[in-house]
Design a protein around this ligand. Structure first.
Ligand code: AMP
Ligand code: MN
Ligand code: MN
Ligand code: MN
Length: 275
């Protein structure tokens, strides 16, 4: 059985419309699916009324937050999209993204790249603006060879365009989800490049805040990583979650859908979501 609890549409930094993504999910044979755009549920809301029969669409989002100076992503699943707690968090995150965009543009401007805010905003259109829109603009302007180079040189972790101070704290992001009746899942735990001790501390704080799930498969990762993450899930009593983190078709990118066998038979979020 295939599921996918981590995907993006063009409401954030994905390339497909919600409708096109749903069609692809059906084509792939996925049974339970979540659209988890960065800090917006606009794609989900659009998809909700257009979901084909046979595909169970779970409300989803990927919230940005900060823990110990590191930007962390928390996937929210199966919450009430109309609940005040998630609504006010999304409003806050929308403003945070706008403020951050201004700051990123200032930093790029001081590095001989003027006009970044207007440029990135134009590419983002009505989507939730993010670093990928800046990266696309920088590549289009010829400031860098491609999007990858934009992240390597200017936007990636620790680089000038990596502005983290605007995000809410981890606990606030988790509570916005749980107070809305949802399940909070720690997204791609190995992407933060934390030491073993720090990852344990993050998991403990996440759990203490009400986090219940751990993403043990995120896109293309090695089997060893899934084994390690399933051990972490067991140690903390987290339900396992699986997602492709699909953004677009790309030969090196992940395909949509993950086999639930990747959960290793452990207690899982897909057994918890209400259908
Ligand atoms: P933001 O949420 O605006 O901070 O942007 C983060 C997003 O940028 C991630 O969700 C990825 O989709 C994308 N991203 C991060 N690192 C890279 C990279 N090295 N190359 C391309 N895209 C990246
Ligand atoms: Mn993304
Ligand atoms: Mn993420
Ligand atoms: Mn993601």
């Amino acid at each position: 059985m295939l599921i996918d609890f981590h995907t993006h549409t063009d409401a954030s930094d994905g390339e497909l419309s919600p409708e096109a993504l749903l069609a692809r999910a059906v084509e792939a044979g996925i049974e339970t699916f979540a659209i988890t755009d960065h800090d917006t549920i606009a794609g989900y809301l659009r998809a909700r009324s257009r979901c084909p029969q046979g595909l169970a669409l779970v409300p989803g989002v990927e919230l940005s937050c900060v823990w110990g100076g590191t930007t962390i992503h928390v996937v929210g699943l199966d919450f009430d999209p109309e609940a005040p707690a998630i609504q006010s968090m999304l409003t806050l995150l929308g403003s945070a993204r706008q403020e951050r965009a201004v700051k990123i543009a200032q930093r790029l401007s001081s590095r001989n790249m003027p006009g970044a805010l207007e440029g990135a905003q134009k590419i983002a259109g009505t989507s939730q603006i993010g670093r990928p829109h800046f990266a696309k603009w920088m590549a289009a302007q010829g400031h860098v060879a491609d999007v990858g180079a934009a992240f390597d040189k200017y936007l990636g972790q620790g680089k000038p365009g990596d502005v983290k101070t605007f995000w809410p704290a981890l606990g606030d992001a988790v509570r916005a989800i749980t107070d809305s009746g949802g399940i909070a899942v720690l997204a791609h735990p190995l992407k933060y490049k934390l030491t073993r001790m720090k990852l344990n501390a993050l998991c403990q704080d996440f759990s203490d805040s009400g986090g219940r799930g751990l993403e043990v498969v995120n896109g293309r990762q090695t089997g060893d990583e899934a084994v390690r993450l399933r051990q972490v899930a067991q140690r903390f009593g987290f339900w396992v979650s699986l997602g492709s983190d699909f953004h677009r078709d790309w030969q090196h990118g992940p395909a949509l859908g993950v086999d639930i066998a990747e959960g290793g038979g452990l207690p899982s979020v897909w057994e918890q979501v209400s259908q």
